[in-house]
Design a protein around this ligand. Structure first.
Ligand code: PHE
Length: 336
């Protein structure tokens, strides 16, 4: 019978053709449909159903072959390759374009400057406890100064540290032997800190600080100012005018704010008088030394702590602090 024969031929063709869907478009089926009206009316229905069945069977076979062809085309994923190799849109970001984040790079530069001055550099912690955040730093219980540094507490009493001063007690305790041996303590900590802060172009809830602590028999405020001036002049590669004004932190006495004058080379007006507050500092409070087991009648020290982003923003004339954590490629690519 005509249909049975055609069925065999067409199925075979679908099986072997390079473009199986073309088989359906071929003329034969259309010719069959054209024959329906010519048949006696009692045969038309049956004949029509047979053509439909043939068409469906061919369609099924075609889809099967198309699926097989599609899966044969998928290349195996190399899980060790850079992500863009496996990406279906490699134009997104070739892995060879990756760079160190500007903050990481500047933190390395800052660490190197202090290391060359003789400071050991450590990283601060991103989760700390009440003792290192407050008690060891001479914050009496319920003292209002705690409010300035109150951030986020976990249910089991840990805190997202608001400053890198949490490292002071650890550095002092770990190095106090050096004092007994006639040496000095010189440590810098750098790390991420957190604040309960409304966010704008100059405020973030998460940012980085650099912090220093120095203890010897005869440390002075003048030495501290020398260290800080020398750090800033090295970082900005130019002479700077600096000044201090009194400030309050429970862990230093006296406490100061340290400012530099914005030079023309860094976007200042060139007329002077534009002061930028860069960090808090002062002579270590005797109670902080005592808490670390260091005799404050024998030893003295100074400490400072300030934001990293604000340093970097001034260096590169960045107008908005939020760029750093935005993940914007246009911003990051400027630092290649
Ligand atoms: N921890 C202070 C702050 O975050 C800065 C500071 C550090 C002040 C060390 C004095 C001494 O504001």
């Amino acid at each position: 019978m005509q249909i049975e024969k055609l069925r065999e031929v067409l199925l075979k063709r679908v099986e072997t053709s390079d473009s199986p869907r073309e088989v359906l478009r071929a003329a034969e089926l259309r010719d069959l449909y054209a024959e329906i009206p010519k048949l006696p009316s009692d045969q038309r229905k049956d004949f029509g159903q047979q053509i439909n069945k043939l068409k469906n069977d061919l369609e099924e076979k075609i889809v099967k072959r198309e699926n097989a062809a599609a899966s044969a085309k998928v290349e195996p994923i190399d899980i060790t390759a850079p992500f863009d190799i496996n990406s279906s849109k490699p134009e997104l970001l070739p892995a060879t374009d990756g760079t160190v984040h500007p903050l990481s790079r500047e933190i390395q530069i800052i660490s190197d400057i202090f290391a060359r001055m003789g400071f050991d550099v450590v990283e601060s912690r991103q989760l700390d406890d009440d003792y290192h955040m407050f008690t060891s730093l001479n914050f009496p219980p319920n003292h209002p100064a705690r409010d300035n540094f109150d951030t986020f507490w976990t249910e089991d009493g840990f805190v997202a540290p608001a400053h890198t001063s949490t490292m002071q007690n650890r550095i002092l305790k770990a190095n106090k032997k050096k004092l007994e041996e006639g040496g000095q303590i010189a440590g810098v900590s750098i790390g991420r800190v957190f604040r309960n802060e409304d966010i704008d172009a100059t405020h973030e809830h998460t940012f980085y600080q650099h912090e220093g602590i120095f203890v010897s028999r005869d440390a002075t405020l003048g030495q501290m100012l020398g260290v800080l001036r020398s750090f800033f002049e090295t970082y900005y590669a130019q002479k700077l005018r600096v000044r201090t004004q009194p400030s309050y932190f429970p862990f230093v006495e006296p406490g100061l704010e340290f400012a530099i004058e914005k030079p023309a080379a860094l976007g200042g007006a060139g007329k002077g008088g534009e002061w930028l507050e860069m960090l808090g500092c002062g002579m270590i409070h005797p109670n902080v030394l005592k808490e670390a087991g260091i005799d404050p009648t024998k030893y003295r020290g100074f400490a400072w702590g300030g934001g990293v982003e604000r340093l970097v923003m001034l260096k590169y004339n960045i107008e908005d602090l939020r760029h750093f954590e935005s993940g914007k490629l246009a911003f990051l690519r400027k630092f290649r």
